[in-house]
Design a protein around this ligand. Sequence first.
Ligand code: ADP
Ligand code: ZN
Ligand code: ZN
Length: 743
Amino acid sequence: MKYADIIIDISHERLDKTFEYIVPDELEEQVTEGVQVVIPFGNGNRGITGYVVGLHDKPGYDVTKLKPIARVVRDSIAIENQLISLAAFLKRNYGSTMNQALKTVIPIKKKENEKLKKEISLAVSVEKATIELNELLTNKRHAIGKERLLKELLKVDVLDWELATKKLQIPSANIRDLESKGIVQIQSVRTFRNPHMNTLSGDKRIVLNDEQEAAAEQIKGDIDTGRHKTYLIHGVTGSGKTEVYMEVMEHVISMGKQIIVLIPEIALTYQTVMRFYTRFGDKVSILNSRMSPGERFDQFERAKSGEISIMVGPRSALFTPFNNLGLIIIDEEHEPSYKSEVVPRYHARETAIYRASLTNATVILGSATPSLEAYSRAIAGEYQLIKLNNRAQGQDMANCEIVDLRAELQSGNRSMLSRRLKELMADRLQKKQQIMLFLNRRGLMGFVSCRACGHVLKCPHCDVALHLHSGGVMKCHYCGFTTKAARVCPSCGSKYIGSFKAGTQRLEEIVKETFPGTRVLRMDADTTSGKNGHEEILSAFAAHEADVLIGTQMIVKGHDFANVTLVGIIAADISLNESDYHSGERTFQLLTQAVGRAGRGAEPGIAVIQTYQPENYAVVTSANQDYDSFYKQEYAYRKLLSYPPCSHILGIQVSSEKQQDAIAQADILVQVIKHADSKIIIMGPEDAYISKLKDVYRRVIYLKANDYDRLVNVKDAIDKFLLEQKEYRSTTTWFDFDPISTI
Ligand code: ADP
Ligand code: ZN
Ligand code: ZN
């Protein structure tokens, strides 16, 4: 006999509120996780529908009190059904509880009342308000708050309540007073309207070039004949992939279907978003991670009610509850942000393809530098490969030069700028053209160490280096621990202790010293912390308010600056030296995207790659913009070492505040793994990449297998074991399938 956990209201905040029912023998085959069933409920045993979210062999309650499931609901296409199937998919393939998976896919209505935004506007004509104001001013002891409010409302149509009371310091009593006199009105607005709506401009339609046209026609043709595939558009930087997406989108919209467009968070800029608005108007809605859960919920409600039909957003937009989904687009498919960093650690690509299969929808993946996973599947015929080999308006790809920094050093140049880069910069500055300098900072700059003995100052709660901040303090970037900057080395007592300056900041100084009077903008985590930090910097650069833009990987995505004719990559090696097997791929992607920023307008562009490893294949192939040779070499390397996509990896992390427990539990799990699959390749257990985080100790085990399902089976065996285990309750275990960074 089997028993099922059933939820009745899936928009309920407490998804773990389940009811247990008996699965009758004759229904055992049909009742799986995610299916919709009818159950007797309440005193009258009236039949209501619910969803199965868990199945088990032993009853959790007194069996005599349990009722059986009445029947399974067939062919129900309710969106809830799809979302629950998706949750079951996440649970199975990425490892989590059903509850965690449900919370990932279902927008939860928050119980506590969202603060409603209030707006103040005039309830009378401008003339009347002016008279009122003048009357007020004749009274010497009038309320200054009322004066301020009326003056403001004569300037703007509506005034935000928060702004009025906080920034303008108008007492709320004053506002209420004017309201009761019928001069102003206060309205509550639900704040899910799109912020950019009123800037919508006319429809400037671009005529597709032949390559774009062929790509769009192929996909549209397939859709029309009922073939629903996954496409990989491999288009060089600036080839106009977005225009192809939009052409297909228009077709899908005309069929009355809905669309999800995923773009990486850092590319969710005004520029990109406006392209969708301009074409599709208020059918479009945007999700971003700065939204509150309530705002997200509202967006999802609009999708469900059919008010919008296109959702643009990061990874989580994948769970938009569209009923009749026809197309999912994943732009910059290779981006690591498409993998979730919280349990369930799902990948948007695989999850999108699964979701599409539920409603016969089409999937389009696009990139100038496809992931090894996607490209290998395209070559194997699993995805349909479409190539865009030329830039949209036939512009040449940038010429690329590699500068050997070792030779530079030998000839006595210790600057961050090579002689060749300086020469080209001088030329561009003189011609009033723009320059982008790119410095990948994912390396180890900014940490505090001793130059005498090499000791690195670490956070006492985390196994990571402390970073120097302004105001003479050192900070842990993981837990926020802050302490006074050390003056002497705690290890050897030397006073030669300090930090390497953040790369971008140092670079800015050097550029200003080398080319006095040059206007420089810098874009990195420090300069973009404000809400619209990115936008401001990018639009200032677009308006040519600066000659040079310096930045981290943030500046390489999705920005189109026609006047940029020189791109300098200061240190191509930094990402090559990272410890995980993706470093070659990441370097190739970053360099290719960076090189691709140059020469997008009428003037041809040049890119300079400075490196200590000029012969490295990732550097050479990106300089030549030669994806295929990069792919061949990278694939051979993955094959040799059995890394994805040539095999699959399962990372298992065991953590505990008690170090001994983490160690012991990881050892126990190794035995469980061996018992479940005696031949599987096991690496570890060993300390995690960051072995201690916020005072929690972390151990990892990695498993390798050619067959993904073998890993899933081991995961299931561990889950089962953990459920029954009584010891080591202080430990937490989670899974990461095909991790994209070292865990
Ligand atoms: P990608 O995403 O492939 O890098 P985009 O779609 O952003 O390329 O296009 C790059 C630039 O070329 C954009 O400014 C776009 O408006 C322009 N563009 C794209 N297709 C065409 C076309 N057929 N004719 C003219 N301009 C185009
Ligand atoms: Zn020291
Ligand atoms: Zn810390």
